[in-house]
Write a protein that binds this ligand. Structure first.
Ligand code: GLY
Ligand code: MN
Ligand code: MN
Length: 472
């Protein structure tokens, strides 16, 4: 369903247009509505699926609060992923209430329309336009929440909320339940079961629908392009922050709203600090550069890591470690298909890495011994991936009933083995301070997987060719 501009938008566009001017005004509005088209059917169907799981219960899903950065300056606003997944609504100060039962109802609470505030802060829907645009059954001003919630909770068996995420919110929910309880003498029953709404939504979020897959493909393409440009821009003497700026510029230039997480741009030994985000060092000739960066597009994250030589040519030891990590990644990716268990990519990567560490004389002993004693963890200490979606470490359990989860088509996970060699005694000549990670985003398909991040080159040949062409 298309977004339809309402008359209360019109004052913003050529407010005094008359006669012929009204024509171009209509054209602008048409273009704006195409830009803002909200696929309401997608969100309606997700809400209906949630409602169907509630039985007689009610789900209450607030969006994220605005966060102050310092004094009166705010962090850029980011809506809550659960709330957004069910609404597509990006304004702060909003709550979705989904009422289950025979006649499910979807109710949005949002900021009031306020033309005075809009002069300062920009357009806000207000309940009337929000109801039409986001196709909810009813919409009310957020200030009506306390008055309306008790009546929505009356005679409901269970209430599903973000339990424990925010003490103030928890207290508010309990307040509404108590208000219903205080009316018990008039014959209303209060919910006596409080549940975590995330357990219901997590499983839905885990398998991406077509709308999500399309966005994640684009997020992968944009991020891949940014990695290519970073490779082309990197040279000895450049700084990590200069390359970070290239990535951020490319994300925004191609329409992504933000990085999905703080980019890691780590030259030389910095690559061995797993969460390095200072990004303030100069890049040295002869070092590698590890970049872990992905954009967020309409809420969806890409998460890509590439490692390449600052001067465009891998040294012998760098190449040996790089090829090993690439082989480990290939082995892991080969296991990604429906029916495989969550741990299979990790186990496959570890096996290749462990044998490689022995071959490179980083570790002594046999493969079985290294695997059993987990000595490989000296050089590979993290897991090989995580779910990816609206959150970079996305919602969803990794084990159910104590066993590793089975992969199903529509799930998206990262595959990101690495090798981080700190300068400890015994490390062979030329290997100290090498840090390599290669990370791609894999969508599980009917028979295997599709790599969403393959526009970022990763073979030695492709990387060296891209950098050579640029430096030539
Ligand atoms: N960029 C965060 C991660 O790779 O998990
Ligand atoms: Mn990751
Ligand atoms: Mn990453």
């Amino acid at each position: 369903m298309m977004w339809v501009p309402r008359n209360d938008w019109l004052p913003w566009i050529a407010p005094h247009a008359k006669g012929a001017e009204a024509g171009w005004r209509a054209t602008i509005i048409q273009a704006m509505s195409a830009q803002c088209a909200i696929n309401t059917a997608v969100y309606q169907s997700r809400r209906a699926r949630l409602a169907a799981q509630l039985e007689n219960g009610v789900a209450i899903v607030p969006t994220a609060p605005e966060q102050i950065r310092n004094r009166d300056a705010h962090y850029p606003y980011r809506y809550d992923s659960y709330f957004y997944y069910l609404t597509g609504f990006r304004e702060p100060e909003a709550v979705l209430v989904v009422v289950g039962g025979e006649k499910p109802q979807h109710i949005l609470f949002c900021r009031e329309k306020n033309l005075e505030r809009e002069i300062w802060d920009g357009y806000r829907y207000g309940p009337d336009a929000a109801r039409e645009t986001f196709a909810v059954d009813a919409a009310f001003c957020i200030t009506e929440l306390d008055a309306r919630l008790p009546e929505l909770l009356a005679d409901r068996s269970a209430v599903h909320v973000h339990l424990g995420a925010d003490a103030v919110w928890d207290a508010r929910v309990l307040g509404w339940i108590n208000t219903v309880r205080n009316r018990a003498r008039s014959g209303v029953a209060a919910p006596n079961d409080i549940r975590d709404v995330r357990t219901l939504i997590d499983d839905m979020r885990l398998r991406k629908d077509e709308h999500e897959v399309a966005l994640m493909r684009r997020a992968g393409d944009i991020s891949g392009a940014a990695h290519r440009l970073a490779m082309q821009t990197t040279r000895p003497g450049a700084t990590e922050y200069e390359i970070e700026a290239v990535l951020q510029h490319e994300f925004r230039r191609r329409g992504a709203q933000a990085p999905a997480y703080t980019p890691i741009v780590a030259g030389g030994a910095n690559a061995c600090v797993l969460h390095y985000v200072e990004n303030n060092a100069a890049l040295q000739d002869g070092d590698l550069l590890l970049i872990d960066a992905g954009c967020e597009l309409d809420g969806y994250a890409a998460d890509i890591t590439r490692t390449f030589p600052v001067n465009g040519r891998f040294s012998g030891p760098q190449r040996a470690v790089y090829e090993l990590v690439l082989a480990a990644q290939a082995a892991a990716i080969a296991t990604v298909k429906p029916g495989a268990r969550w741990n299979e990519p990790h186990d496959a990567a570890v096996k290749v890495l462990a044998q490689g560490f022995i071959d490179l004389k980083l570790l002594a002993g046999t493969l079985d011994g290294v695997l059993e004693q987990e000595t490989y963890k000296q050089f590979y200490m993290h897991r090989t991936g995580h779910w990816l979606g609206l959150d970079v470490h996305d919602a969803g359990e990794y084990k159910t009933d104590g066993v590793w989860r089975e992969l199903q088509s529509g799930m998206v996970l990262t595959v990101e083995p690495g090798c981080y060699i700190r300068p400890v005694p015994g490390v062979p000549e030329g290997f100290a301070d090498i840090g390599v990670r290669i990370e791609d985003d894999a969508l599980v398909t009917a028979k295997g997987c599709e790599i969403l991040s393959d526009s970022a080159p990763k073979s030695v040949t492709d990387i060296e060719a891209l950098m050579r062409n640029h430096h030539a």
